[in-house]
Structure formats: structure tokens, C-alpha cells
Design a binder for this molecule. Structure first.
Ligand code: FMN
Length: 385
């Protein structure tokens, strides 16, 4: 769905590492491994994560596309090592150990790619599926998104997120206009929630649910500010920015619904309460409210983009659900793998990365330019607000 940027990731959860390539990115943007590391560290945080995040300290190495600290306009290749690989390389994930000596995973986990995946590819070992379908892959998306975030920042565009619900614990609605401090504020909370009382309730819900061998889902909100009017288009279904944002968010493992602006709630109110009146502020046409979440007719309208995404509870359970062995057809319980109990805070950081990729692409599509200075000049020349 992206028009100008392309990205590709490769890698298994317990393989040697993750590779990523970002193509179509402009020259002249200052990026560094340290900048990318900040977002990778934010993805690793969050109350309710499992043991894996204690093993990994994600660092993306920049392999190509950079000289003297600035992008070259050529493909940017990144590499993230899986530190956990040392625990797996001589056993289950070894290329040398004969296949027969490695026990197969044969009890599919409900809620995972396990069963449909083995049926699709005709595998007898669920590990062939679970290694790639794992959300470990999203570490690379966060790294590629961090590169795009740096480009967007140069244009005055900020992206931030916070968690608004975990299980039944929902934060009171807040009105956000300035995103500059929002991420720092959210990052100080173990659940990335901006409301202290809700934060405490969320933590105790995670504790109780985890102690019962169960898992937790929730909702996060991703916001973007400083956007020029007219990113995306109403002219074709696949150029609509809202469609791209929804697809990007839904592509994150375990996301089950995405809404823009007031989302589902607009269905409950009359039109007079669903739409944003147009007002004049100096020479600028603004909106008196932002029910639309910054996108109308598939295009940015200059207001804050607001996207809410719901995540289902983690499917690997300490007290596993019923399953059937794909080898013996005997009933059993689902396979257990080291697992998070809650990953909603981490998912919100992944949401930021996906929005950064979509918005960087939309900027390049509308304004064009091979280098940062050209893109800036094109924006200025366009006279767009
Ligand atoms: C940051 C993050 C961490 C996750 N950690 C786990 C985990 O530890 N165990 C697990 O079973 N699922 C985990 N998931 C969810 C699964 O990856 C996801 O449910 C699975 O790939 C099936 O995809 P679907 O739910 O989109 O259909 C995680 C998801 C995210 C976004």
C-alpha cells in the first residue's frame, strides 16, 4: 500500500537475528544507531512482559545507506542480533542437528498462527510457523520506523502514543494538543498510561490475571501532530490515508480493531456531534473539535491524527487452553513457550513506528524529493498549510 517507501523484514524469533531494508528513503537525513536504540528500548519496556525481554538488549546496526552520519538515498539495511540465539543455536534452531533429533511442536495454540500455518504449508512441526509469526519481528519494524520518525521530525511532525485501556481498566479521556512531552510522560509509567489511578488498577489487573495463568489485552492510542493538509487522497481506495493507517496498525501481531478519531462512538451520536465545525483562526481554517481524528475524505485535514488500536490478550497461556495434537489427533493442551502476560505498552511503541512509516511515505508521495532539502523546499513551494 505504500507508494514511495518499501520495507522488508526477515528473521525468526530464535534465529540469529532480524534483518530489515528500507528503500526509497531520502538522502541527507541524519540518523544514528543511538537514535534507533531509543525506540528499541521503549519497545522492550512495559509491565507484564516475559523473560525474553530480560535477555535481549536490542540494538540495530546500520549496515548500509549511510555515510558520515547522513542517509545516501540508497537502501538502508539494518541488523538486530537476537541475544537469545546463543541459547538455541546448538539445539532446536541448529542447522547441523539432524531433524529427527529435534522434538517437534505438535500442540497448536489457540489464537496463534500455529494451526492454520501448519495446514497452509503442510508442515508437521509448528515451530516452522511460530518462529516467524512471533511478534519478535516487530523489533525491526520499530527500528525502521525510528528512521522515518527522524525524517518526520525534520519537517516538524511528531508521533506519540499512550495506553488507554488494559483489560477492563480504562483511563479517563484526555484532550491532547501538544505531543512534545507526551512520550516522555507515558514512558515514565510502567504501563504507558497517563492517569495514575488507572495505572495502579492496570498493574493490579495484570498481576491478578497473570497469577491465574491467564493473559491480558488492551487499547492504545497513537497521535501525530504538525501534518500538512492533503496527505493521502480521496481519488482512489488504495490512496486513502485512513485505509493505509488502519492496514498498518492491523498488521501488528494481535491487533483486532483500529479506529480513527471517535471511531465506533460516532455511530451513536447525531451528525451535529460527530463532525468538526470549520472556523477561521487568523488566516488559517481550523476545526472547533477533532472527532474525525485528523483525516477526512482519506486526507489529512491539518488537525492531530488520532488512532486507537485494540490488542487481544496474549494467546500463549501459562494455564493453556484445550488443543488437539496434529500428529496423534489426541486431545491435549496447547504448547507452552516463554511468554508475555501483557504487551500492550510495547504494542503502542510499535504503533508509533507503523504510523511513522505510513506518514513518511505519504509525505514523499505528495511532495517528492530525493533529499531532505528537496522535500523541505517542495513543501515550502507548495504553500500548503
Ligand atoms: C509486542 C508484542 C509481544 C507479544 N508477545 C507475545 C508472547 O509473548 N506470547 C504470545 O503468545 N503472543 C505474543 N504476542 C501476540 C502474538 O504475536 C499474536 O497474537 C500472534 O502472532 C497471532 O497473530 P494475530 O493475533 O494477529 O492473529 C505479542 C504481540 C506483540 C505486539
Amino acid at each position: 500500500m505504500l507508494q514511495k517507501l518499501k520495507f522488508l523484514t526477515a528473521g525468526e524469533s530464535h534465529g540469529k537475528g532480524l534483518s530489515g531494508i528500507l528503500e526509497g528513503f531520502p538522502a541527507g537525513v541524519t540518523i544514528s544507531e543511538a537514535m534507533i536504540a531509543q525506540d528499541l528500548a521503549r519497545r522492550q519496556m512495559g509491565y507484564g512482559r516475559g523473560g525474553r525481554m530480560k535477555i535481549e538488549q536490542d540494538h540495530a546496526e546500520i549496515l548500509s545507506g549511510l555515510r558520515h552520519g547522513e542517509t545516501l538515498g540508497s537502501p538502508i539495511a539494518l541488523w538486530i542480533e537476537n541475544h537469545d540465539w546463543t541459547n538455541w543455536k546448538d539445539g532446536i534452531m541448529s542447522h547441523e542437528t539432524p531433524k529427527e533429533d529435534i522434538p517437534e511442536v505438535t500442540l497448536p495454540r489457540p489464537g496463534h498462527a500455529d494451526l492454520a500455518g501448519v495446514q497452509k504449508f503442510n508442515f508437521s512441526d509448528i515451530r516452522n510457523v511460530l518462529e516467524r509469526s512471533s511478534a519478535r519481528e516487530t523489533a525491526m519494524r520499530v527500528a525502521l520506523g525510528a528512521v522515518c520518525r527522524t525524517f518526520l521530525k525534520e519537517l516538524g511532525i511528531e508521533i506519540a502514543s499512550h495506553v488507554i485501556q488494559i483489560g477492563p481498566e480504562k483511563a479517563p479521556a484526555i484532550s491532547v494538543s501538544d505531543l512534545s512531552e507526551l512520550n516522555q510522560q507515558a514512558d515514565r509509567s510502567p504501563v504507558r498510561c497517563l492517569d495514575e489511578k488507572t495505572e495502579r488498577n492496570m498493574i493490579s489487573y495484570i498481576d491478578t490475571t497473570r497469577s491465574e495463568g491467564d493473559s491480558v489485552g488492551g487499547v492504545f492510542e497513537v497521535l501525530a501532530s504538525g501534518l500538512p493538509v492533503g496527505l493521502g487522497s480521496y481519488t482512489h481506495w488504495d490512496r486513502k490515508l485512513d485505509a493505509k493507517v488502519v492496514a498498518a496498525m492491523m498488521s501488528i501481531n494481535a491487533m483486532k480493531s483500529v479506529s480513527i478519531g471517535d471511531g465506533l462512538d460516532v455511530a451513536k451520536v447525531p451528525g451535529s456531534k460527530a463532525h468538526d465545525e470549520i472556523i477561521k483562526e487568523g488566516e488559517t481554517l481550523r476545526r472547533a473539535s477533532n472527532h474525525a481524528g485528523g483525516i477526512e475524505g482519506g486526507m489529512t485535514n491539518g488537525e492531530l491524527i488520532r488512532v486507537q488500536v485494540s490488542m487481544k490478550p496474549i494467546p500463549t497461556l501459562a494455564r493453556p487452553l484445550r488443543s488437539v495434537d496434529i500428529k496423534t489427533s489426541e486431545p491435549g493442551v496447547a504448547h507452552k513457550e516463554r511468554t508475555d502476560a501483557c504487551a500492550v505498552p510495547a504494542a503502542s511503541v510499535i504503533g508509533e513506528a507503523m504510523l511513522a512509516l505510513v506518514l513518511a511515505d505519504a509525505i514523499l508521495e505528495k511532495f517528492g524529493g530525493d533529499s531532505l532539502s528537496q522535500v523541505k523546499a517542495h513543501i515550502l513551494a507548495s504553500g500548503v498549510k
